[in-house]
Write a protein that binds this ligand. Sequence first.
Ligand SMILES: [Zn+2]
Length: 132
Amino acid sequence: MKTYLGSCHCGAVRFEADIDLSLETLRCNCSFCKKIRWWAAIVKPESFRLLCGASELSDYQFQRRVEHHLFCRHCGVPPFCIGQSPRLGKFYGVNIACLDGVTDDELSWVPVRYVDGRNDEWDKPPAETGYL
Ligand SMILES: [Zn+2]
């Protein structure tokens, strides 16, 4: 477990999160994740700290409206989301692509679990994953 700093593209939103990048990260094929190429580590609320930019975030919700898909209103980048699930309770989804100070080599070794969110199958990978 390591504490990473992260930010949106313009830097208005900054956070830190305690993540073990040797554990799984998620890529999903649902209608939203596919369009923004979402790549996330799921962490508990106590492992996430928003350092600045709360007022710069816009919130997007769809379908059941249980997740807050937050994005910077200046640069459009989504640094994290806040969700709620029966299994996890409240959680933060941290955008791996927004972590600062992580090398390309480190990122290339991060394990990815693919989930078939499009069919509401969160324990199964979709048939095709190469495009995610
Ligand atoms: Zn920004």
